[in-house]
Design a protein around this ligand. Sequence first.
Ligand code: MRU
Length: 588
Amino acid sequence: MTTRPAHVAAVPGPATSSPDSLAPFAPGASLAWSDGAVSVVDQRALPHETRWLRLETVDELVDAIRSLAVRGAPAIGLAGALGVALSAHRHTTPDGSTDEAAVRADAERIAKARPTAVNLAWAVARVAEHIPEGPDAVLHAALAAIDEDIATNRVCAVGAADLVEGLLPGRPLRVLTHCNTGRLATAAGGTALGAIIELAARGRIAEVLVDETRPLLQGARLTAWELQEAGVPYRLCPDSAAAAAMSRSLVDCVLVGADRIAANGDTANKIGTYALAVAAARHGIPFVVVAPESSWDPELPDGSGIVVEERAAGEVTTLAGVRIAPEGAGVFNPAFDVTPHELITAVVSEERVLRPTAAAPKVPTPDGAVRELRKPPSEVLAGQSRDLYLRGWMPGTSGNLSVRLPGAAPRALITGSGLDKGDLGPGDMVLVDAFTGQAAGPAGDGPRPSAETAIHAAVYRSVAEAGAVVHAHSPYATALARRIGAEDHLSWLPLRDLELLKGLGLADPSRTDLPVFPNWPDVARIADDVAGHLAGFTTAPPALLITDHGITVWGRDLAQARNRLECVEAMCHLLLLTGESDPVRLAV
Ligand code: MRU
């Protein structure tokens, strides 16, 4: 008989206990070899019960894979590898002779337990090579695969977190994930969920939206459980609400795993993944697949050859054991779908980051052409206002943003009046005439344009290059505007010899004076002041202050306007820190 490798601990029998007891093996382990049997965390029982399942025969192991007691592409591969070791031990006599044909037959059976995840056949084939060397060699190969998976997942998670940080720099993110790709789905650590937990450790996660993942609820039962265990903030979301969440700018990025990836990047994953990718492309949201190299199937040129597992009708017609559909209802229950590579922003493995489409997501149009999908301006506005709100620069309903729309007609989209800036969606933007500020969309019950639209219109009328205007109540600029502004006449904020002046795109980047307008109760009067001031310049500095009332900045697009806002705010902060904001010293 084989001797147990030193690092493989004994396992207690099935037990009902707290999550802490999930670590009789290495912390965070989801499967192990113990005392001549395979032990797996029984994922069917979670989150109510945390127990290990001891599998002593190949039949039990195959049943555990089919019934999803052990699940997730890497985990079933590793369970399969341990299953071959189990078979090798069962078919070896005390004098050390192994019935290799019987072990190979078992290996074949195990490899076919579920058809879609390529990891299963891959891991089984890998350890089966050691059958002639005896059961200990098979076991050691399986345990090596487990150790390798743990290390691989770590590299994948860090690589994917780096990629996401690069794609979406600067602010805590709202990430959406599907199914379960965490430690339960792997030997430990997880792939896409590992990346999310890594991002959380870096302080980059505001919230994870967890698709419940019908019909077997791997998201609701397992991913939620893992995130809770890791202390990462999350909300559960019906699968059917994911696209709506994207349309309301509640999702910055989608991260999912994979069961099989074809040579061209087409990716099979849990049913519902394709719908997420379509919705993400519609909204210009990065869609990232995180999976080890063992999930790639280079033999398949594209996803059309991937066999998708069909599962029992009962998974759909019943809910928690209760029938929910009429007797005799027909059922379509594929366990997976295939996402075409052109909808995938990146596939991250331990070895590479593949960008199937280097440019923005593209979708075919009915006439056969391929159209690049860009984020609609209303979504960009909503995203920026949420950002500035989170930054504390648009507290409550304060602040407003607008973008000019392309085209000959002067049209702009502006944030609706009186709305909470932390909670804006694309539907909260109002179409206006960019030069007059009058509402230009169909009359209806929708929001009214911002009460300060007239100031935006004054900028658009006067500055031909202005493509976006941001009005915020960032604290330092607002403090300076209060300190030096007057109630009834124009004042000036001199900015001299500050490196950050270069961020304003001025002809002379060493100096400028920003106007500080009186905060007339009648906004139209402020707008007239602004228009009058801008008429006096060929190129005015792209920012102005209003006494007690924050800052207004513009640029060719929202990104540039936002950059300029950051620069002016930082300069005001510097002046306040260095004492140069004294009104006497500021006299122009
Ligand atoms: O049927 P399941 O739960 O095994 O499906 C699992 C998935 O689709 C996962 O997303 C995939 O296997 C990746 S797990 C790291």
